[in-house]
Design a protein around this ligand. Structure first.
Ligand code: COA
Length: 255
């Protein structure tokens, strides 16, 4: 089996490539663990000045593996998914995203924590939490209303419909849209520029800009507690079973 997250370090840049194309790069606990460890370990590794995260084939990531959600609903502090989300909130070294295709769920919410986000023309974004009878995660219920105002955040989080790269650019979720061929070059070029800068100044500048870190962690914790109880709810079971059975969920029996 090929590596599902490929980690490489070169010229001060750690590249994390999500590589499970046959499942649209859905993230399992093992994959989250590699991502979390890589981001956390980079903080103390002088050979790494910046990280880049990207996907493969037509997907950045289709979000959490839904089978994993059904089989392992635990979401406590020690689980890889929570370690990954916390890492996104606390890392001081820059993180650049190259969104090469589908960005579903955490595929979109992780972008709210990245410092620079480049998307290919064919990238698409979805926040389907409520469609899955879940609630938003990664502090997106705080960060999106702060960025966009309540109505546009509600459009993305409550309607949960797919939106394109143009809209993501307009909403300030991505910095730039480039062609699929230019995506890697653009993201790596930006990472190279960051890697050449004074590292402590970069870390301090990032920390100053992300002044509300405690609030972000607090919101993640609150979301996490509700998320965990939602995962075992009959509504969410119906939504995820419907996905597996390739049918529309039936929420009419719930009140
Ligand atoms: N978890 C588990 N498996 C997933 C997955 C996920 N998040 N996303 C895709 N897959 C699997 C599909 O089950 C399918 O597996 P199979 O070939 O064994 O049947 C394979 O990946 C290809 O997906 P498919 O649905 O056929 O591709 P598509 O191009 O028609 O649609 C998506 C792609 C991403 C829009 C669709 O798969 C989807 O909606 N996935 C769920 C996304 C989601 O809700 N994520 C959780 C966010 S909290």
């Amino acid at each position: 089996m090929s590596e599902q997250v490929i980690v490489s370090v070169e010229n001060g840049i750690q590249k994390l490539t999500i590589n499970r194309a046959e499942k649209k790069n859905a993230l399992t606990q093992d994959m989250y663990a590699i991502l979390a460890d890589s981001l956390v370990n980079a903080e103390t590794n002088p050979d790494i000045r910046v990280s880049v995260i990207t996907g493969t084939a037509d997907s950045f990531t289709s979000g959490n593996d839904l089978m994993d959600f059904l089989q392992n609903p635990a979401q406590d502090e020690k689980t890889p998914v929570i370690r990954f989300l916390n890492a996104l909130a606390i890392i001081r070294k820059p993180l650049v995203a190259a969104v090469n295709g589908l960005a579903v769920g955490v595929g979109t919410t992780m972008l709210l924590h990245c410092d620079l986000v480049y998307a290919s023309e064919n990238a698409s974004f979805t926040l389907p939490f409520v469609n899955l009878a879940l609630v938003p995660e990664a502090a997106s219920s705080y960060l999106l209303p702060k960025m966009l105002g309540h109505q546009r955040a509600a459009e993305l989080l409550l309607l949960g419909e797919k939106f394109d790269a143009e809209k993501a650019l307009r909403y300030g979720i991505v910095n730039e849209i480039v062609s699929a061929e230019d995506l890697e070059k653009t993201a790596m070029g930006a990472a190279e520029k960051l890697a050449a800068k004074a590292p402590e100044a970069l870390r301090l500048a990032k920390s100053l800009m992300k002044g509300d870190g405690d609030k972000v962690l607090e919101q993640m914790k609150e979301e996490g507690e509700i998320f965990q109880s939602r995962l075992v709810s009959p509504e969410a079971r119906e939504a995820m079973t419907a996905f597996m059975e390739r049918r529309t969920p039936d929420f009419t029996k719930f009140s």
